[in-house]
Design a protein. Sequence first.
Length: 379
Amino acid sequence: MREIVDQLIRWHEDGVRFAVATVIRTFSSAPQGVGAAMAVSAAGEVVGSISGGCVEAAVVDIAETVLDSGIPTHQRFGVSDDDAFTIGLTCGGTIDVFVEPATPDMGIFLKRIRNSVHTHTPTAMATVIAGDAPAGRHVLLVNDTLEGTLGSTGRDRVARTQVTGALHTGADSVVRFGGTGQECVDDVTLFVRTFTPPPHMIVFGAIDFADSLVQIGKMLGYFVTLCDARPTFATRARFPQADEIVVEWPHRYLETVKVDERTVLCVLTHDTKFDIPVLTKALRLPVGYVGAMGSRRTTVRRESELREQGLTDVELSRLHAPIGLDIGGRTPFETAISIAAEIISAREERSGVSLKNGDAAIHSGSGAVDPTLPFMVAV
């Protein structure tokens, strides 16, 4: 939803009625992930996408019905062998979509979300999609404070705990609480949209390849920092798209910055006096990816020097060096694409081989259809 928030706020401020459709579950090879959203105004204007074009026309019709009735609805879109090119997902996947009319509290919460995104404040908006609470009701979690209500103190107390847990994962998801024998007797299912700060990519080394990697990092949604100890090279003129430029020895900067499992560290300096100190630090941090540029000869020599610093086999196994996938890239942009592909592959724990030569599911997160919610089915 992040991509369409600004347009939704404009519609809200202009008094335009609209409905929002959100992918709340996916199964098999769904074209877009959980959280993908599109909105339809009363005038028929559409923003966003939930399937790359497979079912958008059908969702527009559903949104118009929701706007007329004011009642949220679920829809399941799938595909059958006999009807692959009518309404459905020709890729063979299935998606569950929740379509809701915009409410006054949604408009208010969207403004709070936009402010939180700008200030990098973790925020989550939860929407009731099934259960004892009214469907389409929203609550917002900002700075550990729950705004709005699900209608009772008990629901709000448990919802706050559940939404906090979902926010810590950083992923949009369905959460369910209540039922017999649980803390809250009400049975409520929420869809939680999370708005967390973007993941951090740190590029060490203000070399010519770094600018291309900075640009691709931005395209992938990272907050990108360029760090180099040499002020002559680490300049805004040379790296105009970097979110942050730090003139400091790489290892010293890394000692001051907060990292997590989404953080990506790319060491492009291929200079021993920079590489060894920063990699010694980096490979002992709980980050998602550490890569280092250099020839195979440089890589072997660097590994030996890192062992001298006390790094273990397990720690060294986390290092992607030479950095990037073997796609034959030569130019800075081709090299950056190679690095970006490896980062994605590592994040998703995929092989990095050509899809033509593999047999794993194309999209991660495949699973069986969950029958627990009421759905109208379109295939």
